[in-house]
Write a protein that binds this ligand. Sequence first.
Ligand SMILES: [Zn+2]
Length: 245
Amino acid sequence: MLIDIHSHLDMCKDIKKIIDNAKKNNVGIVLNCGVDIKSNKKTLELSENFKEVKAALGIYPADGLKLSESEIGSEIDFIKKNREKVKAIGEVGMDLHHIKLLGKQKEIFEKFIRLAKELNKPLIVHSRKAEEETVKLLERHNCKKVIMHCFSGNKELVKRIIKNKWFLSIPCIVKYSEHFQNIVKIAPIEQLFCETDSPFLHPDKKRNNEPSNIIEAYKKIAEIKSLSMKEAERSIEENYIRLFG
Ligand SMILES: [Zn+2]
């Protein structure tokens, strides 16, 4: 079974068809990452309606800035209340691409780090253009269960992530992206996942990516690691079992 560890099906059209297509293509698990209050609700709904869909709930850095402290607080309560249905906390993190300052987004991220630790769930982490600050903060909180999503940091940071025993999720654009090919070269298969980030990051630079395209990331990982597709598939499934229990 193939696993898409980072998707936003709630932003996709014709979800039913997309999930059927995923099933036909051997995709057994799609972890859907909520990004705001509405998307978290939708993510839970999807996980109740489709057994392939698992729920990760969180607040995306830019969306967090639009919320008041009490709104963030009640969303954290909502996640706690639904802890049985929630597989991970994410998409959370920090972003210096769209936002200029760390300030408030750092405070919000730390709330979600504490939540993940309290619930003992993995964190699905966004770190665009704030890679070093994000790694440092996760280290300071002594986080163990971490998946760095679509990580664009340098080789030294990738090595730190590997040393910390965290995971890296590799997008389908690894098909042509030298940066992600290099990550696959230096990270052990035991610390890798594959992600589509649907509807974004289409492997052929088209619009509307979907989980069935996850095979493109697996193919490239198998090629770089000199594994058969079955071996790559099994290793990543074992990673999932180890991290999510
Ligand atoms: Zn995402």
